[in-house]
Design a protein around this ligand. Sequence first.
Ligand SMILES: [Zn+2]
Length: 262
Amino acid sequence: MSAKGETLESVQCALCSSEDVEPLHEIPPWAYVRCRKCGLVYVNPRARENAVQKVYEKSNFMSWFKKKTYNHRTMGNLKNIGERLTRGEKLMYEVNKYKQEGRILDIGCNRGFILANAAAWGWESFGIEIVPWATKLVEREFPVKIFNSRLREVEPQFEDRFFDAITMIDIIEHFHEPVKDMYEVHRILKDDGFLLINTPDIGSAYAKVRGNDWMFNKPEEHLYLYDRKTLKTLLEKTGFEITEFNQSKGAPGEMEVHVRKK
Ligand SMILES: [Zn+2]
């Protein structure tokens, strides 16, 4: 097998284990397929979990943080900082409808725009982000604790029912093992805790009119593209229930979902 071949894997449907799929979008060398049984859309074959880290580290999006001038920067210098903090603030207002204080975890916290708001409001604030340099500024400027690892590899493991609220903004579509990861989220969330998820909605009108050119078709990173039905199936399978579908505070064609434990 070639070196490239060793970084790829073929997978069955994460929700129903079927291998009966129809092609959906071809984005060479990748392809999204749709499970004929349950409708889940996923990349197959795909890059293995340990091969994907390089994609994130190479992305232009993060290259700014590699510059040597980084030590002289502050969050206040970041491009579009007002816009980004505003989105974090809006998301914290959603959390605030259910939980007003306690411990919060932002999975895939990126540069910490939610955590900055949470910490400013007095939450005990935790984040997970696999790209280490992304979180340097928020760690320096706010009392936040960030783990640069994957959710299932955080050391030491979070205690059971540790968090009052968990936010997962534009991250669930990146997970290689969404069922395992959502079981882990279920383990660490308090029984009356609140979970906020934002993810692209491949069932949206915007996804349909854009077709192959939809902005969220990024097969190296977005391994699963959910719609309302398949996201509901994933959450119910892992012990959650959706209490509300909301319009996303991100781009058109995304969904914001409010979730609690069953
Ligand atoms: Zn399926």
